[in-house]
Design a protein around this ligand. Sequence first.
Ligand code: HEM
Length: 490
Amino acid sequence: MSEQFDNTAGPLTTESGAPIANNNQSEAAGVGGPVLVQDQVLLEKLAHFNRERIPERVVHARGAGAYGTFTVTADVTKYTRAKFLSQVGKETETFLRFSTVAGNLGAADAVRDPRGFALKFYTEDGNYDLVGNNTPVFFIRDAIKFPDFIHTQKRDPYTGSQEADNVWDFWGLSPESTHQVTWLFGDRGIPASYRHMDGFGSHTYQWVNEAGEQFWVKYHFKTDQGIKTLTSEEADVLAGADPDSHQRDLRESIERGEFPSWTVQVQIMPAAEAANYKFNPFDLTKVWLNADYPRITIGKLELNRNPENIFAEVEQSIFSPAHFVPGIGPSPDKMLQGRLFAYGDAHRYRVGANADHLPVNRPHATEARNGNRDGFYYDGRHGGQKNYEPNSFGGPYETGQPLWAPIQVSGPTGEWETPKHSEDDDFVQAGYLYRLMSEDEKNRLVANLAGFIAKVSRDDIAERAIANFAKADEDYGKRLSVAVAELRAA
Ligand code: HEM
């Protein structure tokens, strides 16, 4: 963290350092009289208080974080030249922020919602951020749909609440969401804590080795604590009784010295296989089947240190899918491509142009060196050094070595849909997932979905939503249709 500041060394002072005589009575014009504008102690204190909040994240506003260590446990140098992955036993400092998606900053933790799993590796080649979720897939496959999607999850402009009509209207009209919605309303949709869930990079990323060979990679973080979930009923009670349940659980377990950990695994696809895989490997609504690309264990992630100041280290923490290091790069996934823009832009708006300079955000194992300067809250770290490149004064220089390998493209520009591979449709993997569930889980899934769909005010919206699940699996659709009809008749 930042250098510690001794707040116990002397008298209270104003921000300009002048001693404060009275911090309990404001200065009045005579006994019982009105307050004076010359009372700088009062004015400064009230003004600073008014500025304590920064804009909350537009999504994932509610979260908790911790520092940790990533340790390499397998040799992956034939797949990537990333230095932090270059040696078995090598350790890298990390910071992980967990979150829910839809709720505002003060929302309860125990809700049905994906969990964010945003991981920063402080590597010697700069910070590598893997900004994933606890789900391997997502609701949509093109970034241009994200603001519309999120508007349906957040508060309606008229009612000020989340509305079943908006949620199911959008999902029904976006059939590619069927897989992720099936996942979300199943048992894993409400983790018992942040410690008892898996994490995923979700997107496909590029790895490139020393020889320049390319691989596509998907990341999995398997919880060593075991998966534990809450039913809808348990979650409703916990959310009311202890809104901070997940945040508290994480902090207290680290305080007790019970450090949560995850086994880190990857699926690797040689780049040449992408064109002919049965599913488009860059479609975020799909997984790669484990039978086709088995998971390989490559490391261990442990969380072992709580932040000292939640605002400084969690609220102001920033993660960007565009923060790559040599040996790792993006794939042509249209969602990921949109995210490469969205996060840096959000950070500059939410935390400011110098967000990257804050202790939690800056590189810890190297220095950031460039000609970027000034802006709000610039701390003058570059002193009088030159602020341009090239220069003849020994300033930083470009390397001429791109971080990742070029991606082959073809054809004219256009608003093309993500191409479909031989087995791609919007429902096939939702069907697999449904059929993998036990009878009990299927019952809970159908009850969870039906309870929500039954709140929709228009039959056509409810019917369209149910029809998507029926396309994934006939039995799934039938059960849902009966359950919704029963609830709507009641
Ligand atoms: C194109 C679609 C998406 C867009 C435009 C988008 C945009 C954003 C924005 C603007 C934030 C707030 C960032 C901040 O204020 O610091 C955010 C947070 C986040 N997003 Fe996304 N997002 C998208 C899809 C996804 C997907 C697919 C995942 C996971 C696989 C994801 C995971 C997260 C996480 C974990 C956070 C919280 C990061 C933190 O803890 O600070 N997002 N997203």
